[in-house]
Design a protein around this ligand. Structure first.
Ligand code: NAD
Ligand code: UDP
Length: 337
């Protein structure tokens, strides 16, 4: 089977590509490298001793997409390509809508023209907004508080409309919780450009000495220690969820929406302590005011993923921290060495 992986050179895409290659799929990685380096795919190929077809292209370019679909008979698409920085999306909403929403529309148009109607889409737990309770189930009300989140909600709706218009479409919407960790080899991992927005890369860069201290945004939340609670999920578990989704795609009717989380919530302080233990390094921190738009608690009810995909997360907080540390300490400057 031939799978097109848009955004395949990125953090989650590269880990998924590695697993796809190991499982025997033919993989076309399609990425504009706006937030990735081709080095990730070179590492994946070395680790698997298999080749991808690596294409530099943009999902907003019909020409780029036409070329791929004309040259290859693609069975299904895993669609990771997108911009993902919440703060940036508030400053540049049109850029986010153009890339994430218009890009996906182009992709779906070209897919349909070429008779490919199977897609797995990277959605996010952000579509639940501020949930009224936890754990979060797939049928909870949806809302978004920023353009990034809204771009995910819009694409979910667009894909549902596609199925209404043409029952041949098979769509799996995967709502990720908080991906962290890296492949156990330490050769691929998360390589954020500039100052990391997310907690785990910030902790890792502090432990390795690239940042002076972590600012913990808020210590007065209604949680066990006052700091925000999230459902951190190992990126390899997440990647395995995509393989399960791919196997399930041909059997589904319409649109399947699935949370990918562990069901376990950890606070910022829990993560700091676990990381210090895994790395043997101190992570200096200060308490800072709450970050705008943050919520107290967010963690998944993962029961539906187990029921429909036969998938559940296997890797715990120790492995998440150990693997992040291996990647960070072996590649302090990410892929630019
Ligand atoms: P990433 O930035 O590492 O990967 C996204 C990839 O898409 C990058 O390689 C980038 O170069 C590429 N890309 C962006 N715009 C493109 C375009 N127009 N054409 C072609 N390629 C393009 O991010 P990630 O963490 O691997 O996230 C993958 C997907 O999962 C994204 O859609 C993201 O919104 C979603 N997601 C991520 C998280 C997270 O915390 N990492 C959580 C929920 C959902
Ligand atoms: N966080 C923090 N300091 C940072 C980055 C994040 O205290 O430098 C906290 C944030 O307030 C939230 C948790 O860590 O409670 C996870 O934040 P992240 O941005 O990684 O993911 P989110 O769930 O917000 O998408």
């Amino acid at each position: 089977m031939k799978i097109l992986v848009t955004g395949g050179a990125g953090y989650i895409g590269s880990h998924t590509t590695l697993l796809l290659l190991n499982a025997g799929y033919d993989v076309i990685v399609f990425d504009n490298f706006s937030n990735a380096s081709a080095e990730s795919i070179r590492q994946v190929e070395a680790l698997t001793d298999k080749k991808t077809i690596l294409i530099e292209g943009d999902i907003r370019s019909r020409k780029d997409l036409e070329e791929v679909f004309s040259n290859h008979k693609i069975d299904a698409v895993i669609h990771f390509a997108g911009l993902k920085a919440v703060g940036e999306s508030v400053e540049q909403p049109l850029r986010y809508y153009e890339n994430n929403v218009c890009g996906t529309v182009q992709l779906c148009e070209v897919m349909a023209e070429h008779g490919c109607r199977q897609i797995v889409f990277s959605s996010s737990a952000t579509v639940y907004g501020d949930p009224h309770t936890t754990p979060i189930k797939e049928d909870f009300p949806l809302s978004a508080t920023n353009p990034y989140g809204r771009s995910k909600l819009f694409v979910e709706e667009i894909l549902k409309d596609l199925y209404i218009s043409d029952a041949e479409w098979k769509v799996i919407l995967l709502r990720y919780f908080n991906p962290v960790g890296a492949h156990e080899s330490g050769r691929i991992g998360e390589d954020p450009s500039g100052i990391p927005n997310n907690l785990m890369p910030f902790i890792a860069q502090t432990a390795v000495g690239k940042r002076e201290k972590l600012s913990i945004f808020g210590n007065d939340y209604d949680t066990h220690d006052g700091t925000g609670v999230r459902d951190y999920i190992h990126v390899v578990d997440l990647a395995e969820g995509h393989l399960k989704a791919l196997e399930k795609l041909p059997d589904i009717k319409g649109v399947l929406t699935v949370n990918l989380g562990t069901g376990q919530g950890y606070s910022v302080l829990d993560m700091v302590k676990a990381f210090e233990k895994a790395s043997g390094k101190k992570v200096p921190y200060v308490f800072a005011p709450r970050r705008n738009g943050d919520i107290a608690k967010c963690y998944a009810d993962p029961a539906y993923a187990k029921k429909v995909l036969g998938w559940e997360a296997k890797r715990g907080i120790e492995e998440m921290c150990e693997d992040t540390w291996r990647w960070q300490s072996q590649n302090p400057n990410g892929y630019t060495y």
